[in-house]
Design a protein around this ligand. Sequence first.
Ligand code: FAD
Length: 402
Amino acid sequence: MPQEWSNWSGSLRFTPDSIETPRDERHLAELVQRAAAAGRTVRVVGAGHSSSALVKTDDVLISLERFQGLVAHDSNTHRATLRTGMTLHEAGQKLLDVNLALHNLGDVDVQTVVGAVGTGTHGSGKRLQNLAAALVGARLVTGTGDIIERTIEDDPQFFCAARCSLGALGIFTEITLQLMPAYQLRRREWCTHVDDCLAHLNELIEQNRNFDFYWYPRSDEVKLRTLNIPGRERETLPYATVVEDETGWSGDVIPKTRELKFEEMEYALPAEAGPACLREIRERVKEKHRRTVGWRVLYRTVAPDDAYLSPAHARETVTISILQNNTLPYREYFNDIEPIFRAHGGRPHWGKLHSLRAEELRPLYPMWDAFLAARQQTDPTGTFLNRYLGELLGIVKPVVMT
Ligand SMILES: Cc1cc2nc3c(=O)[nH]c(=O)nc-3n(C[C@H](O)[C@H](O)[C@H](O)COP(=O)(O)OP(=O)(O)OC[C@H]3O[C@@H](n4cnc5c(N)ncnc54)[C@H](O)[C@@H]3O)c2cc1C
């Protein structure tokens, strides 16, 4: 009996013909082969924390929740291979047992590692790339149901496509990550006035390993978050008051639990456009949305990388997110702010809400066609192409004669 599926926030709902949880790679490959032969669409879902319709399908939805555990690790190269059903939290615990850790994390750690890699999920830090940048090896089931394995040493171009691949290249069953020795961080949160934060923005970004801030639209208060290797941090900020101070393993202090559900739009901007874009958003929010929007506006930084579809592709990046409680109206607010992001050269977060399609996206990504060519190689029959991805990438799914 088909069951309705819903994402974390409840904004994406659909009823696939079947939801499959394959027991192993061979079973997964058979499911894909069968679907491909019948011209059906297969989408793979991680923890369902994306709001864009990446995983939507009327046909087969696959979860790799049974693909658990650390396959191997190497303490000399600081690499580890994981099965892809694992969340960032589960993977972080297993990696800590062998004294390894990811270079960064985002706000929460409940997503799967592979889902985070698939959409360019990032934390904050001028010198820290998104999580996908850690991907250096992969086993995957292609759109024809074949199992292939790649390493960055053998095929670096493949990884430019595989990082941030939106589940369009294939279903990863194991991924190898470039990690670092486990490390501790001191996390502090500070309250201050938005003008003080903006006056010191460059030094805050430069002087902290991880730095971001929230602006609360109903006031002019901001919350700054700084994370640094203990002993390498500035003791005080004369214009801000510390409201939280904790030190621990990176995986324990970077992510936090988010109980309240929300909707979010986030754009990645050229770093130099960040302050002006924020200024315009603040003016618009004060003018039109202050009474209806109490949720924070979040400002982060991300280092450039070479993944073809990474929102931080080849540019120093600032990301700005606007959020709204998922039980309150958000469309009017998001629709009003989106043109501001776009006017500043923004690229949307692949897992969050936005309205762009291929004709608007292609000019933002210089290696767009290289991604399409890689996708064509691993999924020539479009088994992983749902309607949304077809529109997003500007590709028509080939018709299969059954
Ligand atoms: C509360 C919350 C906090 C968040 N915080 C941040 C943040 O701090 N920074 C940030 O950048 N983003 C953040 N996000 C966005 C989130 O990280 C992304 O949407 C992420 O992709 C979700 O991971 P997931 O495991 O839920 O994957 P899903 O949403 O289930 O899937 C995402 C993509 O990965 C693909 N995929 C899943 N499994 C596989 C596989 N085995 N092989 C190939 N492709 C696969 C899917 O097909 C899909 O295209 C947040 C979202 C929420 C709801």
